[in-house]
Design a protein around this ligand. Structure first.
Ligand code: IMP
Length: 181
């Protein structure tokens, strides 16, 4: 195996582990929505695009893919946690079965915001799917389809970035604290 980038402490999820779990999630979703006419997968940019690309190609049910983008403020600060919509969906989702697809749930503010925003558009049903969730105090945002729970440190790879770097690694790795502090 080639050497890890010096900014990375260790691989926490290998490519094989991730691919295996993504297949399981897709199988679960396909089974749960077997009777639906179709589902609407909403990927949250940029982090979810690789996860969503793999997930949707393992689905065995009809589906539509769309994207939203949000920006967060004060994510790690005690005060804010405000989220702002940067890019909206192209089509209405009224009367659709919606699954929001996130890369990682940290404080939960992003998923909570998107959940509330989309609930108001009257989908038939709405669930959430995230590849990762950090083990920490966060908002009570239910994640219906969860890949892995990880410790509370900054991770990169498989769509996740640090200042737009390391995003396209096939595995998920811990970023060394000195690389971002
Ligand atoms: P939350 O609103 O605090 O749950 O943050 C969710 C968003 O923050 C994710 O969609 C990611 O874009 C970003 N994020 C949180 N933790 C990490 C991390 O460890 N690596 C990369 N991005 C992260």
């Amino acid at each position: 195996m080639s050497e890890l980038h010096p900014d990375l402490a260790r691989v926490i999820l290998s490519e094989e582990e991730i691919q295996e779990r993504v297949k399981e999630l897709a199988a679960q979703i396909s089974a749960d929505y077997a009777d639906a006419e179709r589902i609407y997968l909403i990927g949250i940019l940029k982090g979810a695009f690789i996860f969503l690309a793999d997930l949707c190609r393992h689905l065995t049910i009809p589906h539509i893919v769309d994207f939203m983008s949000v920006s967060s403020y004060g994510r790690s600060g005690a005060v804010s946690g405000a989220v702002r919509l940067m890019l909206d969906l192209r089509e209405p989702i009224r009367d659709e079965h919606v699954i929001i697809v996130e890369d990682i749930v940290d404080t939960g503010h992003t998923l909570d915001y998107i959940n509330h925003t989309l609930q108001g558009r009257e989908p038939t049903s709405m669930r959430t799917c995230a590849l990762l969730e950090k083990k920490r105090e966060s908002l009570e945002v239910p994640v219906d389809y969860l890949g892995f729970t990880i410790p509370d440190f900054w991770v990169v790879g498989y769509g996740l970035d640090y200042a737009d770097t390391h995003r396209t690694l096939p595995f998920v790795a811990e970023l060394k604290p000195e690389a971002y502090q």
